[in-house]
Design a protein. Structure first.
Length: 569
C-alpha cells in the first residue's frame, strides 16, 4: 500500500508541475504578445469570423490574378470549365499573411473573379479541398492552420466547411467524432465520402504527427474513424493520398515527420514508402487492411513539400518538392545553419538545388521518343495488377543532356508547396515556394500541361520578379553583424561560427587536380574526369542508383564547373 500511495502522490505531483509550467508559459506568451502589440490568436480568428457574419450579400467581381501564395488549394469545378483557388499564405521574411479569399478561374475566358460571401471560413493555409457534383456542386474544405503576422502564434483548425456552388453559400458543418485539429493532412473524395489521413499539430511547445484515417458521409453528415489492420503507415504529414474511384483502394506515398532525438535536438524524416489500403467485404461487414507495396520504375528522389493530384486513368501526378541535403541533424535549425554557412558548404547547396531541378523537371517531361511516335508505358506501383499507377513521367535526356535540348523547351522553375489539379486532361500548376539561399520566395505564376500530349508547358501567368519580395528579418541582420564582428568581439564571433558550421558536412576540393593557365573547363574536365566523377558519386550517393553513367558524368561536369568558379574567385 505504501509504495502504491507513493506512486499516486508522485503522479499527482507531476501533473501539478505540468499545469504550473503550462500556466507560466501562457503568462510569458501574453507578455511577449503585449511587447510586440499582437492580439491572442483566437481573438484574431474571432475578428475574422465576426466580419464574415456581418456580410449580408454575395459579391462576385472580376479581378486580377491572386497575389503570390503557397500552401493553397486549387480544385476543379465538378461540372464547368472552372477552377477554385482558396486560402494560402505569403511570407515576406518579416511578416506572414494568411488568406480567406475564394477565387474562380474561368478556363475558357482566361479570367479571374473573386467571390465574397457571408459566413466564410477564416483565413488558413495547408488545408485540404475537394469538389463533388451533388447538390448543384460542392466545394468541401477541412482543417489547415492560421499564423499570426509575427509567426509567434499558430492555430490548427478542425472545422469542416462546404461551399454550395450553385447558391454561392458557405456552410459550417457541425458533426461530432471528426479528426483532431491539424494541418498538412490529405483529403480525397470517394463516391460521396471524404477520406482524411495524417497531418500534424504544432503549438510551438509540442507537436504530434498523425496516421489516423477518417471518413465523412456527405449525405448523412457523419464522421467515422476507420479501424484498420495490416502494416499501417507511420505518422506523417504532407504525403500523397490517392483513391481508385472504382475499387475504393487508397494509396499513400511519402510524407514527412519529425521527432525529438534529445532535449534540444530534433530529427526530420522524409519518407519514400508506399502503402495500399484495400476494402474487404461489403455493407456493415466492411474491413480495411493496409499493406506496404513494392515499387518499380523511375521513382522520385527523396523529398518533402511535393504536390500531387489525381489524373484520368487513376494516375497520380507528382511535381516539385525539396530535400535538405545538409539537414541530417536538426531540421528545425535549417535556416540557422544556412545563415552561418560559407564557402564550399554554399557550393554544395547550390549544386544540390541544380540537381534537384533536373530531377524535378524530369518528372513531368515525356521522352523525346514520344514526340516521334513511340509510346511509353505507365509505371505500375503495386505488387498486383491494380489499375493504380503513378504517372511521374519517364526520365528524359532532354534536361540533363544539353546537346539534345530543343531551344523552345520551357519548364516551370523548381518549387515546393505549389497548387496542382487536373481538369479534363489538362494539368494546372499555381504558385508555391522556391528557396534562394536563406530566402523563401513565394510565387504567383500559373501554367498548364496537356497530359495526353505532354509536349510543352503553357504559360498562363509568367513569373514576375517584381512580385518576388523578400525582406531581411531583424534576427538575420543581427546574425550577420555577429558573424562579421570587428575589434574585440570578432574573435568570439569566429568561434561561434565555427561551432555552427560543424553541423554541416563541408565539401572541399583542395585535392582536385590544378587547372592550367588559360585551360578551359571542358579541357580541364577531360583530363581530370575520374576525380570529378568520384566526387559527384559521393555527393549524389542517394540518387546514384537512379542515374546512368552518362548522366552522372554530366553532373560531374556541372560540379567541376561550379567548383572552378569558386576556386578562381
Amino acid at each position: 500500500m505504501g509504495k502504491k500511495n507513493k506512486k499516486e502522490k508522485k503522479g499527482k505531483g507531476q501533473e501539478k508541475t505540468a499545469l504550473k509550467t503550462e500556466k507560466k508559459a501562457e503568462k510569458r506568451a501574453k507578455r511577449e504578445l503585449a511587447d510586440i502589440g499582437e492580439d491572442e490568436i483566437k481573438k484574431q480568428i474571432a475578428e475574422y469570423q465576426d466580419k464574415a457574419k456581418d456580410r449580408t450579400e454575395v459579391i462576385e467581381e472580376k479581378c486580377p490574378p491572386p497575389s503570390p501564395r503557397s500552401n493553397i488549394s486549387l480544385t476543379p469545378h465538378p461540372d464547368k470549365e472552372e477552377l477554385f483557388l482558396f486560402g494560402g499564405e505569403y511570407y515576406t521574411g518579416k511578416t506572414m499573411t494568411l488568406y480567406d479569399e475564394l477565387y474562380i478561374y474561368n478556363i475558357k475566358k482566361n479570367e479571374w473573379s473573386r467571390i465574397t460571401a457571408p459566413n466564410a471560413p477564416p483565413p488558413r493555409s495547408s488545408h485540404q479541398a475537394v469538389t463533388l457534383s451533388q447538390g448543384g456542386g460542392q466545394l468541401w474544405i477541412f482543417g489547415g492552420e492560421f499564423s499570426s503576422h509575427s509567426q509567434s502564434q499558430f492555430y490548427h483548425y478542425r472545422d469542416l466547411w462546404v461551399y454550395h456552388i450553385k447558391h454561392k453559400q458557405w456552410q459550417l458543418i457541425s458533426a461530432p467524432g471528426g479528426p483532431s485539429s491539424r494541418s498538412g493532412h490529405r483529403m480525397v473524395a470517394w463516391k460521396k465520402q471524404l477520406v482524411v489521413f495524417g497531418g500534424f499539430h504544432d503549438n510551438l511547445r509540442e507537436y504530434k504527427y498523425f496516421n489516423d484515417l477518417y471518413m465523412f458521409d456527405t449525405e448523412n453528415y457523419t464522421w467515422s474513424r476507420i479501424t484498420t489492420s495490416g502494416i499501417t503507415p507511420s505518422p506523417r504529414s504532407g504525403c500523397v493520398l490517392t483513391v481508385n474511384q472504382d475499387t475504393g483502394r487508397i494509396v499513400v506515398y511519402g510524407g514527412f515527420c519529425k521527432e525529438k532525438v534529445k532535449k534540444d535536438e530534433e530529427k526530420g524524416t522524409a519518407f519514400t514508402d508506399l502503402y495500399s489500403l484495400t476494402m474487404e467485404g461489403k455493407g456493415e461487414s466492411v474491413k480495411w487492411k493496409w499493406s506496404q507495396m513494392k515499387q518499380s520504375g523511375t521513382r522520385p528522389s527523396t523529398r518533402c513539400g511535393v504536390s500531387a493530384t489525381v489524373a484520368p486513368g487513376n494516375r497520380a501526378i507528382l511535381f516539385g518538392g525539396v530535400y535538405d541535403q545538409t539537414g541530417k541533424k536538426n531540421v528545425t535549425e535549417k535556416k540557422k545553419r544556412r545563415k552561418n554557412k560559407g564557402g564550399d558548404s554554399e557550393l554544395e547547396e547550390e549544386i544540390i538545388e541544380d540537381t534537384e531541378e533536373c530531377l524535378d523537371d524530369l518528372k513531368l517531361e515525356k521522352q523525346r521518343d514520344i514526340t516521334q511516335g513511340t509510346s511509353t508505358a505507365e509505371v505500375p506501383m503495386e505488387t498486383d495488377s491494380s489499375v493504380f499507377t503513378v504517372k511521374i513521367g519517364p526520365q528524359s535526356s532532354k534536361t540533363l543532356d544539353n546537346s539534345d535540348q530543343s531551344g523552345g523547351s520551357f519548364l516551370p522553375s523548381p518549387r515546393m508547396n505549389c497548387a496542382l489539379c487536373v481538369k479534363g486532361s489538362i494539368l494546372y500548376l499555381y504558385g508555391g515556394l522556391v528557396e534562394d539561399g536563406g530566402k523563401q520566395i513565394t510565387l504567383a505564376d500559373f501554367y498548364s500541361l496537356d497530359l495526353q500530349k505532354l509536349d510543352e508547358w503553357n504559360i498562363i501567368i509568367a513569373e514576375d520578379k517584381k512580385l518576388q519580395v523578400w525582406e531581411e528579418s531583424d534576427d538575420e541582420g543581427e546574425d550577420d553583424d555577429s558573424e562579421s564582428g570587428s575589434g574585440e568581439g570578432a574573435e568570439g564571433g569566429d568561434e561561434e561560427s565555427t561551432d555552427d558550421d560543424s553541423d554541416d558536412e563541408d565539401i572541399t576540393f583542395e585535392d582536385a587536380p590544378k587547372q592550367n593557365p588559360d585551360e578551359s573547363a571542358e579541357v580541364y574536365f577531360a583530363r581530370s574526369k575520374e576525380y570529378w566523377i568520384t566526387r559527384a558519386e559521393e555527393i549524389f550517393e542517394e540518387d546514384r542508383s537512379r542515374l546512368s553513367s552518362q548522366k552522372m558524368e554530366k553532373l560531374a561536369f556541372e560540379l567541376c564547373k561550379k567548383a572552378l568558379l569558386e576556386m578562381n574567385k
